[in-house]
Structure formats: C-alpha cells, structure tokens
Design a protein around this ligand. Structure first.
Ligand SMILES: C[S@@+](CC[C@H](N)C(=O)[O-])C[C@H]1O[C@@H](n2cnc3c(N)ncnc32)[C@H](O)[C@@H]1O
Length: 223
C-alpha cells in the first residue's frame, strides 16, 4: 500500500479551521454526552486528530486528551493551535494508528476519531480495533466516523481489496454497517448511523457514524 504520510503532510501544509459542518459538531457532542463528567473521567484518546480542533474543543469541556496523527505537519499545527488554549490538558503526538498504540491497557475512558479510521486494509483495521479495545477502560465509549460505501468516491480508482480503493494516491477503505458490526463483535454497539455531510470545503460525503461501548462486565468474551 502506498505511504500516505507525504500526502497528509502536504494537506496540512495549509492551516485548516475547525470543520463547521453540523454532522461533525453533533457527532462530537454525542460522544461527549456518553462520557462521565470531566471531574470523574479518565483521559480520552483521539486518533487522526489533524490540526487538533476537536481535541481542543473536548479539552475545553474539561477533559484530559491525548491526540495522535500520522503527519508531523498536522502535529506542528495542532501544537500551534494549542498555544491559544494555555489551560487545555492536551498532548499531541505523531503516531501511525496502524502501529501498536503507545499506551497501557485500559488507559482511556473514551476514544474518538473523525474521518481517520478508513485508511487501512482489512487486516490492519482489525489490529487497530483490537488495540482500541486494549487501551479503553471497561465501560468506556468509542466513537468514530468513517467514509461509507455510499460515498461518491466509492468504486473509483484501483481496487486494492474489497471496499478499498486507491484514487490519485489516496487510499480509502469504505465501511458498510455490516463491516462495522463485525469489527465490534466484542463491543456493545450503541449506534451505527449512515449519513451525509461535507468535510471542510469538500463535496458531500457518505458517512458511517458509530458509537460503541466496551462492556463493563468483564465476563463478556474478549478478542
Ligand atoms: C480527513 S482528516 C481528519 C482530521 C480531523 N480528525 C478532523 O476531523 O479535522 C484525516 C486525518 O487522518 C490522519 N491520518 C491519516 N492516516 C493516518 C494514520 N495511519 N495514523 C494516524 N493518522 C492518520 C491525517 O494526517 C489527517 O489529519
């Protein structure tokens, strides 16, 4: 699979403001509504945080956040944005989500990712979800939004494996609800919703929004 880091570094060469699309803001607020209040919650993790706007919003609500992105250019911009939020408890780290996460087991009360988990082949996606389950605390909430098979770009470009295409160097693995359900076999799926929305100035995308919980009852089968 072609490396995607150069492509994302180039994209982050420009500053992007927060995505004001309602579907994005509502999803982030739904994630927050599933969490314990900040004074009783452990840290939260964001994967593919880009320039840090969502992590800073969540930190502004009082949570402690660790936020990762593949692109050093994104992390540099996120740290610049952090400058305007001196009280925010956020740490931005350059890290490839496809690699094991640099955190202890059960370190987080919540994990969030917006348009950053649909870049991996099936085998890597399954490893990523095993890592998410490892680092989330029992009872913790996972919220992610990915491109769906109803996206206008689905089926365009070179087929890499089922539901996964490379178009002009961009690799995308489009999810359908059944695929998401399969990934969440050892989670409690709270919501799997298909919707449409823009991201920044792009054309409308097909989205799959998922909220799930790691069962608090450790008697439930693990991976
Ligand atoms: C469409 S942007 C979304 C950024 C941010 N979540 C937001 O909503 O504004 C996708 C982000 O995923 C990051 N990304 C792509 N592949 C990644 C990987 N393997 N590991 C971590 N981050 C990755 C990109 O650098 C980019 O910042």
């Amino acid at each position: 699979m072609p490396s995607q880091q150069g492509l994302w570094d180039a994209w982050h060469g420009q500053a992007h403001g927060p995505d004001a699309e309602p579907v994005h803001r509502e999803f982030l607020d739904t994630f927050l509504s599933q969490l314990p209040p900040p004074d009783g919650a452990g840290p939260l993790l964001e994967l593919g945080c880009g320039q840090g706007h969502d992590a800073l919003y969540v930190a502004g609500c009082g949570y402690s956040v660790r936020a990762l992105d593949l692109s050093p250019a994104a992390i540099e911009r996120a740290n610049d944005n952090l400058g305007a939020h001196p009280d925010a408890d956020v740490r931005f780290l350059q890290h490839d989500t496809a690699m094991p996460l640099p955190f202890q087991d059960e370190a987080f009360d919540g994990i969030y990712s917006y348009l950053a988990l649909h870049y991996f082949d099936d085998s890597t996606t399954r490893s990523v979800f095993s890592e998410l389950r490892r680092v989330i605390h029992p009872g913790g909430t996972l919220a992610f939004c990915v491109k769906s098979v109803r996206d206008p770009l689905f089926g365009k470009g070179d087929l890499l494996e089922p539901e996964m295409y490379s178009l002009d160097g961009h690799v995308r693995h489009f999810f359908d609800p059944r695929y998401a359900t399969g990934l969440l076999r050892t989670w409690e799926a709270l919501r799997i919703t298909e919707s449409r929305g823009r991201y920044l100035d792009s054309r409308p995308s097909g989205l799959l929004q998922v909220i799930a919980r790691r069962p608090a009852d450790e008697g439930v089968a693990a991976d």
